[in-house]
Design a protein around this ligand. Structure first.
Ligand code: 5GP
Ligand code: ZN
Length: 124
């Protein structure tokens, strides 16, 4: 048995997307993270940025994840612009992380929603 926290959950839909067992429309990929278009977009631009390691939610994030979280946050502005969000301040985007039942989280693999583009949006 590994002494480390499991980095893959066989029952997790986003782990299956990372493993390409479920198809997705890629936005960006490197060794640590994957970004792909949300299947039910709320806005003209709506993609999800996820760590490849199975971290269930923000509730499990701690100091050991600081470098990974920094890497993800530093990618958001670049990916948002590449995907068609308009420049700040007249454009911009929403960065949303639902956490737990009361936070409205449905998929329990940490993900950052990036939503943007001209309004009105379907939701949000
Ligand atoms: P949550 O409510 O957990 O913050 O958001 C989960 C998001 O994942 C939802 O916006 C939903 O549309 C998206 N989603 C769920 N299943 C799939 C899937 O199989 N493929 C893709 N691309 N997005 C998914
Ligand atoms: Zn997972």
């Amino acid at each position: 048995m590994s002494e480390h926290a499991p980095s893959h959950d066989a029952n997790c839909i986003f782990c299956k997307i990372i493993a390409k067992q479920i198809p997705s429309k890629a936005v960006y990929e490197d060794e640590q993270v994957y970004a792909f278009h949300d299947i039910h977009p709320w806005a003209p631009v709506h993609f999800l940025l996820i760590p490849k390691a199975h971290i269930p939610s923000m509730a499990q994030v701690g100091p050991e994840h600081a470098a990974l979280m920094g890497h993800m946050m530093a990618l958001v502005p670049k990916l948002a612009m590449e995907q068609g969000c308009n420049p700040y301040p007249d454009g911009g985007y929403r960065l949303v992380t639902n956490t737990g039942a009361e936070g409205g989280q449905e998929v329990h693999h940490l993900h950052f929603h990036v939503m943007g583009g001209p309004r009105p949006w379907l939701r949000g």
